[in-house]
Design a protein around this ligand. Structure first.
Ligand SMILES: [Ca+2]
Length: 414
C-alpha cells in the first residue's frame, strides 16, 4: 500500500454498524443525562435537607443529626461525651433524657441534644431548629464533644457548620474539629459570637479505621455564658477514581492507560476505558514498551470521553476533535492497541509512530465484531491533510485479520 494513500471511508455496511452503535450510544447518553439529572437533583435535595437539618436516608454517609442515637451511647460510629480540657480524656455521657429535646449528659451540663420534632424548640433563650443537633459546654469549662470513629480506612469529605443557638446573649463559644486529639493542629477551629449565623467548614480527611474526629464546643473567651451551639456535620466517603479512567499521560502507575488496560483485562465485567486527563489541548501518551493486548470481549477504549473532544459531524470532511494521542516513538517494536479477542471498540484516538500497526488484531482470523470508530491512525491530532508529509507513518494502520468496521476512521499508510 502507498504511504500516501488516504482512506477516510464510510461504507454502507460500516455506516450501518456505526448507526446501530451510535443509536445505542445515544440511548446510553440519554440514560446518562437522565442519571446525571437525577444525581444533581439528589445532591440539591441533600443540600436542602442538610441545610434544614432534616433527616436523610442512609447512603453510606454519616450525619450527626440524622444519626442521633436515643438508645445507646456510644452508638458507633458516633459517641457523645465531654473532656475537661480540649483534647484531654473523653468521657462518654451516661444519662439519656427525653423532654422537648433528646439529650445525653452526666445529668446536667455539659450535654448534647437533638430536636427530633418538626418544629423549632425553644429552651429559655435557645432555639433549636427542627431536626437540629446541639452541644453545650460545662460550667467548669468542660468541652462538650461529639466523636466520630472511622469504621474503616477511607477518605471522607466533611462538611457542615457550627451555629449559635442563643438568640439573646448571643452564643459565645470556641469550636473545633480535631483528628485523633491533635488539638495543636485542628482540622478546623473558630469562634461563635452570633445567633443563627452558620460558621461553615468543609475539608477532606483520609483516615484509618479507628481514627477519631471530634467536634468540640468550649465556653469561649467569656466563660460559661451564652453557650448553646448547633452543629451540622455530614461525613461522606469519597469514591476513589475508577481504575478504568485514565487520568494522566504516564506510561505506568495509577491513572495510566497501561494500568487501565491491565485492570480491564482482569475485570471484564466493566470493560470501558475512558479518559479524564486534566488540562486543555492534546494529551500524548508515550508507552515505553508495548501496551498489554486487550483480552476482554466487548471491551472499549473511548478517546472521545476526554473533556473537550468531539466526534465528526460532517458528512464530507472531518471536524472531529481528538485529544488523546498514543505515540509509539518510545515503544520500541510494538503495535499501538493490540486486541486478542472479539468485539472490541476503539474510538477517538490518534495513534501514530508505532513500528507495527496502530491497531493490531491478534485474535484468530475471521474473529468478528471489533470496531474502530473515529480514530486518526498514522496522523497527527490535526488529522487530514496536515499529516500527509509526516515521516513516521506506520506500515500498517489496522491489521486485517478480523472483520472490521472502520466508519469515519482516517487511516494513512495502509
Ligand atoms: Ca461563653
Amino acid at each position: 500500500m502507498s504511504l500516501h494513500g488516504i482512506i477516510c471511508r464510510i461504507s454502507g455496511i460500516l455506516a450501518h454498524t456505526l448507526r446501530r452503535r451510535e443509536g445505542t450510544s445515544r440511548s446510553r447518553h440519554a440514560e446518562r443525562s437522565r442519571d446525571g439529572a437525577r444525581t444533581i437533583f439528589r445532591r440539591a435535595l441533600l443540600v436542602l435537607v442538610a441545610a434544614a437539618w432534616q433527616p436523610t436516608s442512609a447512603n453510606g454517609d454519616y450525619d450527626v443529626a440524622r444519626d442521633f442515637s436515643v438508645s445507646g451511647n456510644p452508638s458507633p460510629p458516633w459517641s457523645y461525651g465531654s473532656s475537661a480540657t480540649l483534647g484531654s480524656a473523653f468521657n462518654v455521657y451516661p444519662v439519656f433524657s427525653r423532654g422537648s429535646v433528646d439529650q445525653w449528659s452526666f445529668g446536667g451540663l455539659p450535654n448534647v441534644w437533638h430536636n427530633a420534632s418538626t418544629a423549632t424548640v425553644q429552651q429559655a433563650t435557645n432555639f433549636t431548629p427542627p431536626g437540629g443537633f446541639g452541644l453545650h459546654p460545662g460550667s467548669g469549662g468542660e468541652y462538650s464533644v461529639v466523636r466520630w470513629t472511622a469504621p474503616a480506612d477511607g477518605t471522607f469529605r466533611i462538611t457542615g457548620y457550627f451555629m449559635g443557638l442563643d438568640s439573646s446573649y448571643p452564643t459565645t463559644t470556641d469550636v473545633r474539629v480535631v483528628l485523633n486529639n491533635n488539638v495543636a493542629a485542628p482540622l478546623f477551629s473558630g469562634y461563635i459570637s452570633t445567633y443563627n449565623q452558620p460558621l461553615n467548614f468543609s475539608f477532606d480527611v483520609t483516615t484509618a479505621g479507628g481514627d477519631t474526629i471530634d467536634f468540640a464546643v468550649g465556653v469561649g473567651g467569656n466563660g460559661f455564658f451564652g453557650d448553646a451551639t448547633g452543629l451540622a456535620a455530614l461525613i461522606a466517603p469519597l469514591t476513589p477514581p475508577s481504575p478504568l479512567v485514565v487520568t494522566n499521560t504516564n506510561d505506568i502507575g495509577t491513572g495510566s492507560l497501561r494500568e487501565a488496560i491491565n485492570f480491564l483485562n482482569a475485570n471484564c465485567a466493566a470493560p470501558t476505558i475512558t479518559f479524564d486527563i486534566p488540562g486543555t489541548g492534546v494529551k500524548t501518551i508515550h508507552p515505553a514498551s508495548a501496551l498489554p493486548a486487550i483480552t476482554c470481549s466487548h471491551a472499549a477504549i473511548d478517546g472521545y470521553s476526554q473533556p473537550g473532544s468531539s466526534k465528526n459531524s460532517l458528512a464530507v470532511g472531518d471536524n472531529a476533535v481528538l485529544l488523546i494521542e498514543l505515540s509509539g516513538d518510545l515503544a520500541g517494536v510494538s503495535h499501538g492497541i493490540a486486541i486478542n479477542t472479539d468485539s472490541v471498540a476503539v474510538s477517538g484516538l490518534v495513534i501514530n509512530r508505532f513500528s507495527g500497526s496502530g491497531i493490531q488484531i491478534l485474535a484468530p482470523i475471521n474473529t468478528v465484531g471489533s470496531v474502530a470508530l473515529g480514530n486518526f491512525i498514522g496522523t497527527d491530532p490535526s488529522g487530514p491533510p496536515a499529516w500527509e508529509s509526516a515521516a513516521w507513518i506506520p506500515a500498517t494502520a489496522i491489521s486485517s485479520r478480523a472483520t472490521w468496521a472502520t466508519a469515519s476512521t482516517c487511516i494513512l499508510g495502509t
